[in-house]
Write a protein that binds this ligand. Structure first.
Ligand SMILES: *Cc1c(COP(=O)(O)O)cnc(C)c1O
Length: 377
C-alpha cells in the first residue's frame, strides 16, 4: 500500500470558514457582492496595513486591473521580474503591451535592482519610458524593496507589487502587499490562505480601489438603465468565497508559523548535505516561507540533481516542484526583451520546492527528510 499523498501545498481550513459560508446561505447573499465581501476587504486592508482593498476573482484579475488603471495599452513597455509564475506577466499581453523581463538578484531571488536600473535608464534615454514595473516576492521572500522602490521613484515609474505568494511576510516591519502603487494578493487553493480561488488589489489610494471595484463589476455608469462609457470586467469575488477567506484570515499568523517551522525543520536536517543550499532570509525581512526551497549543485552533491530528488519523492507519493522557469525562457515569451545575467536561469537549473503545506505532520516531514538523506548516502 503506498502511503498517503503528500502535496506540495494544499488547502488547510480552520473550521470557521463554514460559519461565514453558512451565513451567506442563510441570508441568501449568494452573489459576487455582500457582507462577507465587504468584511473580508476591511479585514484584509487592516491586516496588511493599507487604507483600502478590493476583493477580486483572482490574483491574475487584480494584476490585470492594476495595468488597466495605470493606462497600459498597445505599444507600452512593462518591466517584469522574469523569475516568477506566468500570471505575473500574462496580463501585460492582455493589454497588448510588451513585457520586458528583468533578472533576479541571488540573495532573495527577486527582481535585481541593478538590472532594473539599467533597463529603466536605457528605455528612458530612448524616450520609451516604461509604464510600470512588476516585482514579485517569490515563495514569500521580500524583494530588495528599498533599492527597487528608489529606482522606480527615480524614473517616475509606478511599482506594481505582486505579493500573491507573500501574505503574512514583512519588510522592515511593514507587511508585504502595502508597498506598491497597487499591490496584488492571491487566494488560490495552493497559497498560504485560500478562498478556493480569489485575489485582491490593495492600495492607499481610495480613488484607485473604487475604480477597481467599478471596472470589476462591468463598468456600469450610475444610471437606472445599463449604460457603459468604459470597457468593464467581471472580476469580483463571490460572497461565498469571501466567507472562506474570512475564516482563513483568522488563522493566517498560525499558518505562517507552521510554514516557517517547516523551513526550520528542513534546514536542521538537510543543511549538511553537500551541494544543498536554502533560500536565505535577509535580516531586515520576514518571509511567510510559503514554500521551502533548496538548490542542489550537482558538482558538489556527487551528481544528485533536483530531478533525482523530485523523481525519488514522486515514487513515494510525495509532490515536489522545480523552481519557476523564468519567463524569458518560456516559448510564449521568446521574443520579449530581457535584461540581466544568469541568476534566474541558474536557480531554475538547480532549484526544488519541497512539500511546504501548513498541514504537514511531523511524520510527513521526517519521511521526506529521510528519503532525501538516503539519496545522498
Ligand atoms: C498565484 C500567483 C499569481 C496569480 O494568482 P491567481 O489567484 O492564481 O490568479 C500571480 N503571481 C504569482 C507570483 C503567483 O504565485
Amino acid at each position: 500500500m503506498p502511503q498517503d499523498k503528500i502535496w506540495l501545498s494544499s488547502p488547510h481550513l480552520s473550521g470557521n470558514e463554514f460559519k461565514y459560508v453558512q451565513e451567506a446561505f442563510d441570508t441568501n447573499w449568494v452573489a459576487p457582492l455582500g457582507p462577507n465581501v465587504n468584511a473580508f476587504e476591511d479585514e484584509l486592508a487592516s491586516y496588511v496595513g493599507t487604507a483600502h482593498a478590493a476583493a477580486l476573482s483572482s490574483g491574475t484579475a487584480a494584476l490585470h486591473l492594476a495595468l488597466v488603471m495605470l493606462g497600459v495599452g498597445p505599444g507600452d513597455l512593462v518591466l517584469c521580474q522574469s523569475f516568477t509564475f506566468a500570471a505575473s506577466a500574462n496580463p501585460i499581453m492582455y493589454q497588448g503591451a510588451t513585457p520586458v523581463f528583468i533578472d533576479s538578484e541571488p540573495t532573495t531571488w527577486n527582481i535585481c535592482p541593478d538590472a532594473l536600473k539599467t533597463a529603466l535608464e536605457k528605455y528612458t534615454a530612448r524616450e520609451q519610458k516604461p509604464k510600470a514595473v512588476i516585482g514579485v516576492h517569490l515563495y514569500g521572500m521580500p524583494a530588495r524593496l528599498d533599492e527597487v522602490l528608489a529606482v522606480c521613484a527615480k524614473y517616475g515609474v509606478p511599482f506594481i507589487e505582486d505579493a500573491a505568494e507573500a501574505l503574512g511576510s514583512s519588510y522592515r516591519g511593514q507587511k508585504l502587499g502595502s508597498f506598491g502603487s497597487l499591490s496584488v494578493l492571491s487566494f488560490n487553493g495552493n497559497k498560504i490562505i485560500t478562498t478556493s480561488g480569489g485575489g485582491a488589489l490593495l492600495s492607499n489610494d481610495e480613488a484607485l480601489i473604487n475604480q477597481a471595484r467599478f471596472l470589476a463589476t462591468q463598468a456600469r455608469d450610475s444610471a437606472p438603465h445599463y449604460q457603459h462609457s468604459q470597457i468593464g470586467y467581471n472580476y469580483r469575488l463571490s460572497n461565498v468565497c469571501a466567507g472562506i477567506g474570512r475564516g482563513q484570515l483568522e488563522v493566517l499568523d498560525e499558518r505562517v508559523a507552521q510554514r516557517r517551522s517547516n523551513y526550520d525543520y528542513y534546514t536542521q536536517v538537510l543543511s549538511d548535505l553537500p551541494g544543498v543550499t536554502f533560500q536565505q532570509e535577509p535580516a531586515d525581512s520576514f518571509s511567510n516561507r510559503w514554500l521551502s526551497c533548496i538548490t542542489i549543485d550537482p558538482a558538489s552533491s556527487g551528481g544528485i540533481t533536483w530531478e533525482t530528488v523530485r523523481l525519488r519523492l514522486e515514487e513515494e507519493n510525495i509532490e515536489s516542484r522545480p523552481l519557476w522557469k523564468p519567463m524569458h525562457l518560456q516559448p510564449v515569451f521568446q521574443s520579449a526583451p530581457y535584461w540581466g545575467g544568469r541568476v534566474a536561469e541558474g536557480l531554475f537549473e538547480q532549484g526544488l520546492c519541497l512539500p511546504s503545506g501548513s498541514n504537514l505532520t511531523d511524520h510527513d516531514r521526517s519521511r521526506i527528510a529521510e528519503i532525501i538523506r538516503t539519496l545522498f548516502k
